[in-house]
Design a binder for this molecule. Structure first.
Ligand code: SAH
Length: 341
């Protein structure tokens, strides 16, 4: 078994290199190469040849292959379907905003959360991604598109807090001054609401933005569309969000996909406004993307719902739809690829 050296942090690489009798500065050189997107040890020309050969014998460097690349004619959004070394596929989306390019990355192959509206969860979870496979989505998107990424959202396939240690390692790598050096304030992490992990994340006091996929303010509706709610209800979820805010000082962004006749009633807007009272945060309304396997339809009440929330003092944004012509919402491209076989 060769070592996945790109998933290591600098300390681990330094310890590993010392077992080969190499000094710490070699580890740093290798770290810079790997986090810069090198795909072979032979290109690491500032290392002695013998070390390069030794590393090639003992270690391997992950490298996703592009299966499909779709570019939106509407807004330049680019969607990648990658094949990983074991044949599994994942998706990454590059979105172009005036404040910079944002990449939306996956954290797992599939997902086990079972949300009724989401394409990523239809085949269940296959496996967790590795830190290197998460970093690669940023590196290879940049290298292929020629565009530099300034923001990262963990909102692709998978539940990031269900792959906690890997996601924390990914954040460490992507934030490192010798790596991509993307600041925590330029990173958002989205979760369906795993409260224990929200507490673990809060304790780390990272300055990233936490997004919570709420989608309903009442237990009956939320349990119907999000199985996680049957274990931890809305009340306890908001308590965890409150603790997160108290601990980090960071406002939470709540995602709310508007589903026709399910979560778009006036009483739900009123309950939502009440729940948010005293917990700083804002609501991001998302026009539902239709998933063909699901009977759920987009709501026509987005503007009315927004107005009703705003009248009660809630800060609301409506997510702009990007890449509407290229199946750019999560899990849809992977699903199509799976169904070809
Ligand atoms: N598992 C994480 C992150 C991945 S999903 C989470 O649940 O937050 C990213 C966001 O897209 C989540 O808010 C999710 O609820 C939402 N989403 C999933 N399918 C959708 C669909 N068909 N239409 C609109 N939003 C959707």
């Amino acid at each position: 078994m060769k070592i996945d050296i790109k998933s290591m942090n600098l300390e681990e690489q330094t310890a590993y290199l010392s077992t080969l009798g190499e000094p710490a500065f070699r580890a740093r050189q290798i770290f810079i190469w790997l986090q810069g997107g090198a795909v072979s040890f032979h290109e690491m020309t500032n290392l002695p040849k013998a070390l390069r050969t030794k590393l090639a014998e003992c270690c391997w460097i992950t490298k996703p292959e592009i299966v499909r690349r779709q570019v939106s004619k509407l807004d330049g959004t680019i969607k990648y379907l990658w094949r990983l070394s074991d044949g599994n596929c994942i998706e990454t989306v590059l979105m172009r905003y005036h404040h910079g390019n944002t990449v939306c990355i996956s954290s797992q192959v599939g997902c086990r959360m079972g949300c009724a509206f989401c394409a990523s969860t239809l085949g269940g979870k296959v496996r967790d991604l590795t830190p290197a496979e998460m970093i690669d989505q940023v590196l290879f998107t940049q290298m292929d598109s020629g565009l530099s990424v300034s923001n990262i959202v963990l909102m692709g396939i998978g539940e990031p807090l269900d792959n906690f240690d890997t996601v924390i390692r990914f954040l460490e790598l992507v934030n490192h001054p010798d790596g991509l050096h993307i600041g925590m304030r330029h990173i958002s992490l989205s979760t369906c609401g795993l409260t224990e992990e929200i507490d673990k994340l809060a304790a780390l006091r990272l300055q990233l933005t936490l997004s919570v996929s709420l989608h309903a303010p009442d237990d009956e509706t939320r349990s119907r569309i999000m199985p996680i709610n049957r274990a931890v209800g809305v009340e306890r979820l908001f308590e965890a969000c409150r603790r997160y805010f108290d601990c980090t000082g960071r406002r939470i962004s709540y995602e709310y996909a508007m589903i026709d006749g399910v979560n778009d009633a006036d009483w739900q807007a009123d309950l939502l406004a009440r729940r948010l009272r005293g917990t700083p945060g804002h609501i991001n309304l998302i026009p539902l993307n239709e998933v063909k396997e699901s009977p759920l339809k987009p709501s026509h009440r987005v503007a009315a719902f927004q107005k009703r929330l705003e009248e009660q003092g809630v800060t609301v944004t409506v997510r702009r739809k990007l890449g509407g012509d290229i199946d750019a919402s999560c899990g849809q491209l992977r699903r199509k690829e799976m169904q070809r076989f």
